[in-house]
Design a protein around this ligand. Sequence first.
Ligand SMILES: Nc1nc2c(ncn2[C@@H]2O[C@H](COP(=O)(O)OP(=O)(O)OP(=O)(O)O)[C@@H](O)[C@H]2O)c(=O)[nH]1
Length: 212
Amino acid sequence: MQKSSQKEHLYKLLVIGDLGVGKTSIIKRYVHQNFSPHYRATIGVDFALKVLNWDAETVVRLQLWDIAGQERFGNMTRVYYREAMGAFIVFDVTRPATFEAVTKWKEDLDSKLILPNGKPVATVLLANKCDQGKDVLMNNGLKMEQFCKENGFVGWFETSAKENINIDEASRCLVKHIIASESDLMQSIEPDIIKPHLNSSNSVSCSACFKS
Ligand SMILES: Nc1nc2c(ncn2[C@@H]2O[C@H](COP(=O)(O)OP(=O)(O)OP(=O)(O)O)[C@@H](O)[C@H]2O)c(=O)[nH]1
């Protein structure tokens, strides 16, 4: 039961990335604690709600927007991105092309969504299906931390929706950065205009959540 002294935050989070990388599966695992090996492509967008008891005084409600991979080639992302406070960009570690698409997704996001202080929304990169090996990470010799800094991600995690690896951790990282960016905004502008704008901007990053 909620105590009267508790603070509540409601955040819209986007989950984006190429077809079949595991966006729906990650949300399903996170919200419903289950996994299905069968693939059913998302059409347009789907939604889920996750409630987090953040600390003794704070409840965080996450509205997760599961955006179909095929939307990268459509015009609807601008509409879906509206008023989001954070994003996960997902790729599949077994398919290099899905990693190459990550920068395209990030550019699409940053070109359409901006906070009132001119900063992009906090974004965490998820290297999903890590239960299948780490082909992309190892073969390309990727320096993920460097990649994240250069491309404005606040952190990255190897995840598995199948084995339930690092999904809670990635979410906590994202929420932590959103709470920090929200208090940043509170200090600089009127609280009632915190909602992100649709526009473009440069990226910023912080290494607080980077994993090696
Ligand atoms: N081994 C393994 N398979 C996964 C994992 N996550 C998802 N899959 C499988 O990958 C396939 C695609 O997963 P989805 O969650 O539907 O992918 P999506 O990104 O939502 O796909 P779109 O809706 O087309 O954008 C399914 O067969 C899943 O079972 C994972 O962590 N490990």
